[in-house]
Design a protein around this ligand. Structure first.
Ligand code: 4NP
Length: 161
């Protein structure tokens, strides 16, 4: 991926990078493109574990996203503190565990300042986490997409200001 200095660079983080963060990446990209701001952003996602490295998003997550017209195209990769803290402006975790893991990998104050929580951008919903859907049923995947729809809208509004 080519990175441009003048763009706002956003990295979404979850544990495996096969459910929540690839969905956040796709939903946020959709809102950015719909707003005609595709040239202004670099958007990517990564996971805190490398177990699913090289794999497409979870088939269930892709199916529930597709039902809403969202195509998940990203391939799982692990977060790389040495590269990602420098490349991205906003590094956004899905739950408290992601945030703790990110903070433990920060090398300096500037790294810590880039770490945010997805639900802090919520407008309508009042969740304080995007719950991990991996071991649950259908409702978990739908809830992830509901929360991300709201928080991605809120994030774009925040970044446009
Ligand atoms: P994600 O979901 O963090 O939203 O991608 C998970 C994917 C894989 C695992 C846990 C959560 N796992 O334990 O392999």
């Amino acid at each position: 991926m080519e990175f441009h200095k003048d763009k706002t660079k956003v990295l979404f983080i979850c544990l495996g990078n096969i459910c929540r963060s690839p969905s956040a990446e796709a939903v946020f990209k959709k809102y950015v493109l719909d707003a005609g701001l595709g040239e202004d952003f670099e958007i990517d996602s990564a996971g805190m574990i490398a177990n699913h490295k090289g794999n497409p998003a979870d088939a269930r997550m892709r199916m529930y996203a597709a039902k809403r017209g969202i195509v998940l195209e990203s391939i799982s990769r692990p977060f790389d503190a040495e590269v990602d803290f420098d490349r991205f402006d906003y590094i956004i975790g899905m739950d408290g565990s992601n945030l703790a893991d990110l903070r433990s990998r920060a090398r300096k104050k500037e790294d810590l300042e880039k770490i945010h929580k997805m639900t802090d951008f919520g407008v309508v919903y009042d969740y304080d986490t995007v719950p991990d859907p991996y071991y649950g049923g259908e409702e978990g995947f739908e809830l992830v997409l509901d929360i991300l729809d709201d928080t991605c809208k809120g994030l774009l509004d925040h970044l446009k200001k």
